[in-house]
Structure formats: C-alpha cells, structure tokens
Design a protein around this ligand. Structure first.
Ligand code: HEM
Length: 525
C-alpha cells in the first residue's frame, strides 16, 4: 500500500508543481530516511502499546499490510493480531490505533472522549478549510467548542431542521414529478437513480444553505461539483503521513498542495458572491431573521456574537456542503439497492407506507414529514441501511491530545485513532446474521414507531459516531433520507433491468460507495 502510495504521491506531486521527479526524489527520499530514523528512536519507549502485526518496514511501517479496501483490511488485521478490538499500526510516520469492537469504541468515545476526540492535521485539509477553521477538522479547543455550539443550536437543531420541511417537500415533489413524467414518456425504461438521488440531496442541502434561490445560475450544481473536487483532492497522498511536521516538510507539503490552493480560490469567490447577496438582502429586509432563514442568513446574524471572521463563516459553509451532500445520497442509494435485492422487505415497506397513505380515507398526494413518525418500518429500513453501509466506514479520524490507557494498553499523546464503524456494525459478537439486510432488528415491537438504538448511545451502532464529535447533522440527514424513501415507496413499484440482482461491489475512498450506477425501472401505482 505504501509503495502504491509513494507512486501516487510522485504522480500527484509532478501534476501539481513544476518539479521533475528526480528533483522530488532528491528532496523527498532524504526526508523519508530521516523520518524513519526518528520514528525508530521514538518507538523505543517503555509504553505498552496495543498489539501490532508483524512485518513492520522502515519508512512505511505497517502501511503495506493495508489493502485498498481499507475497512476490510483493518477488520481482518484486528481480528488476527489485535486484542479486544484494539490494534496498533505504524502508518508511515503516523502512530495509529485501530478500534474494531463496540467495547473498545465505548472506551474511546465515552470513557476517554475528552482525550481522544481531537483531529489529526493534514496540509491539504488545512489549506482547503481556510487554515482549519471549520467544525469537523478543528482540533479540540475553544474555537471548536464555539463553532460546534453554534452549529448544534442554530443550524442543525431538531427545531431548525423541522423549519426546513416545506423546502424538502418541494424537492421531493420535483423528484416524484420527474419520475412520473419519465414513466409517462417511456414506460419500462430504466432511470439513473444514482443521479436522481444525488441531485435531490444536493438540492435539499443547497436550498438550506443558500435559500430558495439556490438554483440561480446553476449554483446548486456548481456547489456539488466543487464538493466532489474536495473529495478528489483530499483523498490524495498526504506527505505528512510519511514525514513528521518540520518546517521544511511543511513548505514542501504546501508546494504539493498547489491544486488545493487553486481550488480554495474558486470556493472563496463563489462563497463571497452568495454571502454578499445575503448581506444585501439583509440590509433591505432590516436584518430580520426568520425561523426558516437559510444557513447563510443565520451565520451572518450570529457572526458578531460568536466572533467569527469572514473566513470562519466560509469554512463553516463549506463544511456543511462536504458533510451533508454525499453522505445522505449514498445511504439512499444503498437503501434502494438493498431493497431491490430483498423484494420481500420492499413489499413490506410499501405496504406500510401505502396503507398509511390511504387509511381512513386519507388518500394522501404525498407522504409528508409529520407522517413519518407513523412509519416505523421505514425508519428501521434507513437505520439498517446505515448499519450495513455507513458512508464513512472509519468515521472521521480521532486524535489523542494526551496519554491515556485502554484495557491496560497505553495510547500515547499524538496518536491517530481510527474507529472502524463498518466492522463494528457487522460484528457477529453484537449482531445476529450481521450481513443480512433486516430492518426488523431495529423494531422494539411490531407496530411501534420507536426504534432501538438512539444514535451515539449504543457503541455497536456508530454510523454517526458518538461522544463530543458525534455528527451534528443526524436530524438533517434522517429528515432528508426518510421523506424521499417514503415517497419513492408510496408512488412507485421498482424493478431492476433484466430482472438481475443489483451489484453491491464497492470501493473504499473518503467514503464507501457502490461501484455501479443504480439503474431502476419505476412503475406508477
Ligand atoms: C447519512 C448522513 C450522515 C452520516 C452517516 C454522517 C456521519 C458522520 C460521522 C461518522 C462523523 C464523524 C463522527 C466522529 O468523528 O466520531 C460526522 C461528523 C460531522 N457531520 Fe455528519 N453525517 C451525515 C450527515 C451530515 C449532515 C447532513 C450534516 C450537516 C448538515 C453533517 C455535519 C457534520 C459535521 C459538521 C461533522 C463534524 C462534527 C465535529 O467534528 O464536531 N453530517 N458525520
């Protein structure tokens, strides 16, 4: 893996700076060797680290043991060499602890949460996020606390999310109308549901951030493209994984991150434009902030109170796009794919939604958010999809700000901690028939709208993480996903072209995604 990464790095570096590979080698190789010597000396301490697999190499450490399907590789390594779901890996220059059981996750995200919930640093992320002034990648500290409070209280509280429901209804209605039209024009034709669902989640998010005019000049699409490019840039090789942070390495990293800097300029121009429009409209409307005001309005209204610079505001906005669009779309796509391969479950779900929609002479034109609490099987289906297919299989990386001890093992300060939520969600110790798609497992009792396992309170189920870094967007995400899935089930029957199974083959990146585009044939009911 590390050799592949080194090759990747050289390609990446050459593509980004006007340096020849030979010059890069001259700079990089001595730094790597120096780093390796430093790592070798630093690991000679008396600490009792969690067990490690054999086969550690100079410079790259254990990285060559981790294959491209990282979540699978790590699960297998922990099963073979770990203890109680804990394993220590030297990933290049980065000491890393892998967490792969519910009990170890609880020790990390509850018992030692105050020590283990900072974030590791990366140059690409630092540059792209206005010198790390977003919420998601800020280290633990005052700035993170302040912005996290703002996000929890003013942007993503249950009340605020509920206030956006009319916008979501409109977006869902647009999708339903689009599918109906396609069926009327060419019955029996397969639609690209991946694209339809990605567009939907993007529109819900950009509407909440930018307001009702989010489609102006194709901005919704532009923000989506910009967000996708973020993923491409951040998934590239990180030099600092191989060379500890010294001033010379920082200079080199900044050079390599030239493309990231260029991309930030684009973000900045776009965000500046939409913010200025909001400043203008706030002046005209006398600074009134309504309950359903979009995120830019809210942030501008609170900017002074929270002491935020313009760059802080932009970074927070970029964070919302990055965190919200892909995640919810992937869950919806996986849910539809699983339902196509489990037709009895789809039938049960359709019966629940349709019976509700037509009971007591209701004959609803669409399912609305106030109806969702009467649809327990729907909620359980979304939860089950999140269990089997968490978009972030390793959550976001955690980082220790001090030494701590788990199960008698030392976790030194400045260790990266990766929690394999994907493996924990499929651990046979915690789950019966863990690989089956079975929403029933989340129902306390048939017919009850209450479903088990509140997010973040049960460490065997971690799609949104837990502890102080738990995803603040779970309300927003669930509202976006549930209302769409309910209406897809309410209005249409679904088939796979040629009656085949949907392939669940997937690839690990910043997020876990299916390899194939999801093509499905809808029929109006
Ligand atoms: C299905 C959808 C989603 C999933 C599965 C998901 C999952 C996650 C996970 C695993 C984390 C990291 C937790 C940790 O470090 O332990 C996270 C963090 C975060 N998420 Fe989400 N997320 C989703 C949707 C959203 C949405 C819709 C938003 C905003 C509108 C959002 C905003 C954030 C933010 C700001 C953080 C960083 C929190 C912090 O570091 O303090 N997420 N999310």
């Amino acid at each position: 893996m590390a050799l592949e990464a080194a090759h990747h790095y050289l390609q990446f570096a050459v593509a980004n700076v006007t340096c020849t590979p030979a010059v890069l080698l001259l700079i990089v190789v001595p730094l790597l060797l120096l780093a390796s010597m430093r790592t070798a000396t630093s690991t000679k301490s008396k600490q009792r680290l969690p067990p490690s697999p054999p086969g550690k190499l100079p410079i790259i450490g254990h990285s060559h043991l981790v294959g491209p399907q990282t979540h699978l590789s790590l699960r297998d390594l922990v099963a073979k060499h770990g203890s109680n779901g804990l394993l220590f890996l030297q990933d290049g220059a980065v000491p890393t602890v892998i967490v792969s059981s519910a009990s170890a996750a609880e020790a990390v995200m509850r018992t030692n949460d105050h020590i283990l919930s900072s974030r590791p640093w990366s140059m690409a992320s630092h540059i792209l996020r206005y010198e790390t002034c977003d919420v998601a990648f800020s280290p633990l500290g005052e700035y993170w606390q302040k912005t996290r409070k703002l996000v929890n209280t003013h942007l993503l509280s249950a009340k605020k999310v509920y206030s956006f429901r009319h916008g979501r209804h409109e977006e869902v209605r647009l999708v339903i109308d689009k599918i109906r039209k396609a069926v009327a024009t060419a019955p029996g034709t397969a639609l690209d549901m991946s694209e339809i669902l990605a567009e939907y989640t993007n529109d819900v998010v950009s509407r909440s951030v930018l307001g009702a005019a989010h489609r102006k000049d194709g901005r919704n699409t532009l923000f989506r493209e910009m967000t996708m490019t973020n993923v491409d840039l951040l998934v590239g090789f990180n030099l600092e994984n191989y060379i500890p942070r010294w001033p010379l390495a920082d200079v080199l990293s900044r050079l390599v991150c030239y493309k990231v800097t260029r991309h930030l300029k684009k973000w900045d121009a776009l965000l500046e434009e939409v913010i200025q429009e909001h400043v203008h409209s706030r002046k005209q409307s006398g600074d009134k902030e309504e309950n359903s005001a979009d995120f830019i309005h809210v942030l501008l209204a609170l900017q002074e109170e929270y002491g935020l610079t313009d760059d802080n505001v932009k970074s927070l906005l970029m964070n919302i796009f990055e965190a919200a669009i892909e995640t919810s779309y992937l869950v919806l796509e996986y849910a539809m794919a699983e339902l196509m391969n489990n037709k009895d479950i789809m039938k049960k779900l359709q019966t629940e939604v349709r019976t509700y929609g037509s009971s007591e002479g209701k004959n609803l034109d669409m399912i609305r958010e106030d109806d969702l609490s009467s649809l327990p099987y729907l909620k359980a289906t979304v939860k089950e999809s999140l269990r089997l297919h968490p978009p972030g299989p390793l959550l976001l990386p955690h980082y220790s700000i001090d030494d701590c001890n788990i199960d008698g093992y030392d976790i030194p300060a400045k260790t990266r901690v990766l929690i394999n939520g994907w493996a924990i969600g499929r651990d046979p110790v915690s789950w019966e028939r863990p690989d089956d798609f079975s929403p029933e497992r989340f129902l306390q009792e048939p017919g009850s709208a209450d479903t088990q396992m509140k997010h973040g309170q049960d460490y065997k189920y971690l799609p949104f993480g837990s502890g102080r870094r738990i995803c603040p967007g779970a309300n927003f995400a669930n509202a976006t996903m549930e209302i769409m899935l309910a209406n897809l089930m309410y209005h249409f029957d679904w088939d796979v072209p040629n009656g085949t199974e949907v392939s669940m083959a997937e690839t690990f990146g910043l997020m876990l995604r299916r390899n194939d585009t999801l093509h499905l044939i809808p029929t109006i009911v």
